[in-house]
Design a protein around this ligand. Structure first.
Ligand code: URA
Length: 208
């Protein structure tokens, strides 16, 4: 698996602000969106282009446009929704495929309970977003599901990744690329990333 820890001064600065313990819901949401936009810029660097003709004030000129069916954004419920706005700022036409998972209390495995996917998935690049890659369970299950529906090229995008999650994702899906703003130290016994952000879903939705 290709892991890209996106290094950029704006991302580092915004990640520092995002980690503040007393951050407001508003500031947390805004920063998640802003970092999401910056990561999307990197995650879309290799999208294929094709030539087209544009009629300009100087007559016809050869220009470039994105080729093919473009992208589907895949937020994983619930926290992944927090990244929608930031991604759509950069790719406003992206189709959105939403996936929700619950944890089976016996097997402890994530099980999909909601999926509303776009058409032509076999022709689209999927950008799966979730703020945190902790154990990797939800991301792995979402990518399993997308592959079952014929998606051939998948990119995962998170704000913070734990080494344990990266390893599990690499073992399950070695063919994908993971983009992250930070690879943090480790998981604690409760499955939280250290230093991490705490519960990103609660901070985005203002719950708890
Ligand atoms: N989910 C979160 O929101 N935070 C973590 O640290 C791990 C999983």
């Amino acid at each position: 698996m290709n892991v890209v820890e996106v290094k950029h001064p704006l991302i580092s600065h915004k990640m520092g602000l995002l980690r503040q313990h007393d951050i407001s819901v508003k500031a947390f949401r805004e920063l998640v969106s802003e970092i999401g936009s910056l990561l999307t810029f990197e995650a879309t660097r290799d999208l294929p282009l094709e030539d087209t003709t544009t009629t300009t004030w100087q007559g016809d000129v050869t220009t470039e446009q994105l080729a093919g069916k473009k992208l589907t954004l895949v937020p994983i419920l619930r926290a992944g929704l927090g990244l929608n706005e930031g991604v759509l700022t950069v790719i406003p036409c992206a189709r959105i495929s939403v996936v929700g998972l619950y944890r089976d209390e016996e097997t402890l495995e994530p099980v999909p309970y909601f999926e509303k996917l776009t058409s032509d998935l076999d022709k689209r690049v999927a950008l799966v977003v979730d703020p945190m890659l902790a154990t990797g369970g939800s991301m792995i299950a979402t990518i399993d599901l997308l592959k079952k529906h014929g998606v051939k090229e998948i990119k995962a995008m998170v704000l913070v990744a734990a080494p344990e999650g990266i390893q599990a994702l690499a073992e399950a899906h070695p063919d994908i690329t993971l983009y992250t703003a930070s690879v943090d130290d480790k998981l604690n016994e409760q499955g939280y990333i250290l230093p991490g952000l705490g519960d990103a879903g609660d901070k985005i939705f203002g719950t708890k």
